[in-house]
Write a protein that binds this ligand. Structure first.
Ligand SMILES: Cc1ncc(COP(=O)(O)O)c(C=O)c1O
Length: 406
């Protein structure tokens, strides 16, 4: 029966029943007028979710990683320099992809328990007096560490340095769950995948780019074919696709956009904040630490929890799965064995969240973690009861508040 348990991995998320039904379609001819007619609405919805008016928005049959590759291949040339902070597994992977494409990456090593550092980005850009850095790469929400970076502050750092670099953002585990403002934050490329905030199966990479990024692509020479923005853009604006489109996934995506926009993006962000804060209250009651050291940067889509010295987080995740049939995220990279992750993005009710907290609590007790039985669930219950009528999008919750509740 465990296949009816929700998952607590940070994507792919749980699927709303209505999304599953929207995907369950017979074959539709992708060269029929019905397909062409459906596309403008899909792209308009995506624009609202990315908070952009850019006409350059692309949906590829791929995943978030393919979205990164599309961004790089369409805007840069071999030997170009880019600047990136490394503060978790996903920012590291993006750096390694750039290196594989023959780009030179100036890496700023940041603490994995904190965000990308705007001050260090500014200093590196100021030092680049001949403007050789072509792009600044930022991972909005490091899904490995549960730390959210401040994109507005990074944009301001780029502006203060008077630098003309493009600004590329990995929004894979933030877009459609946490506040994201492509135009207001001057983002030149924003990337996500279908299996996180959109509550869909994996299979689509969604990339929005600015006019400036499109212009950069006109002289950029990295090879591109499957991910060619030009080809994809021409075809999608005429209601076609340069190859066979995944029709059922596109139908599911339209439904998911409808769900998100009907709820309202502020309400979606607020719901994620409340869900995440309940998990943080539980962690505080267990007397465990978040990987994220400064709560103002705590992610509302995934919480990464450090286990006490002498305990192995991988064993905990394995035990929760084998004994109780529930999936949690393991610690990744440097955090392997030292941390586990609770994903709380996409479709998740308070009742489901409490079931996840109860299961991980049981698993910790089975393995003799020094926690008080029921303490995390009780703290989360109190929070969810009080948060029900709270309409703030993301009030800053202080450590003191967490301790009060504990
Ligand atoms: C922040 C972040 N970036 C990139 C990726 C890679 O995305 P995908 O697995 O869809 O290729 C992930 C996947 O979890 C992620 O969380």
């Amino acid at each position: 029966m465990s296949d009816s348990n929700p998952v607590f991995i940070p994507g792919p998320t749980n699927l709303p029943e209505s999304v599953r039904r929207a995907i369950d379609l017979p074959t539709i001819d992708h060269r029929s007028p019905a397909f062409a007619e459906a596309m403008p609405k899909l792209f308009a919805g995506l624009r609202s979710i990315f908070a952009t008016t850019s006409p350059h928005i692309f949906v590829f049959p791929s995943t978030g990683t393919g979205g990164w590759e599309a961004t790089i291949a369409n805007t840069l040339s071999q030997g170009d320099k880019v600047l990136a902070c490394r503060h978790g597994v996903f920012s590291d992977k993006w750096i390694r992809m750039c290196e594989a494409f023959g780009l030179i990456v100036d890496v700023i090593e940041c603490d994995w328990r904190g965000p990308a550092d705007p001050a260090l980005i500014e200093a590196a850009l100021r030092a680049d007096q001949n403007q050789s850095i072509k792009a600044v790469l930022a991972t909005h929400n490091e899904t490995a560490t549960g730390v959210r970076s401040d994109l507005k502050a990074i944009r301001e750092a780029i502006d203060r340095a008077g630098h003309n670099a493009l600004f590329f953002v990995d929004g894979v585990s933030s877009i459609a769950s946490m506040d994201f403002q492509m135009d207001a934050w001057g983002i030149d490329a924003a990337v996500t995948g279908s299996q996180k905030g959109f509550m869909m199966p994996a299979g689509l990479a969604i990339v929005a780019v600015s006019e400036k990024a499109i212009d950069a692509g006109k002289t950029a020479t990295l090879p591109r074919f499957f991910f060619d923005f030009k080809q994809m853009g021409q075809m999608t604006h005429q209601g076609g696709f340069p190859y066979t489109p995944p029709m059922q996934l596109l139908a599911g995506l339209q439904h998911s956009i409808d769900l998100l926009l009907t709820e309202g993006l502020d309400a979606v962000f607020s719901r994620h904040f409340k869900m995440g804060e309940g998990v943080r209250q539980a962690v505080s009651a267990w007397n465990l630490s978040l990987c994220c050291e400064d709560l103002q940067y705590a992610s509302d889509t995934v919480t990464t929890i450090m286990v006490p010295e002498g305990f192995n987080a991988d064993r905990l995740v394995e035990h929760a799965y084998s004994r109780y049939g529930m999936s949690f995220g393991a610690g990744l990279g440097k955090l392997a064995g030292q941390a586990f992750r609770i994903g709380h993005l996409g479709m998740l009710s308070e009742a489901q969240a409490l079931s996840g907290l109860a299961v991980i609590e049981m698993a910790m007790r089975d393995l003799d973690y020094p926690i008080v039985s029921g303490s995390g669930v009780a703290a989360a219950e109190e929070w969810y009861r009080s948060a029900l009528n709270m309409d703030a999008v993301r009030p800053v919750i202080t450590a003191a508040t967490c301790e009060d509740v504990a």
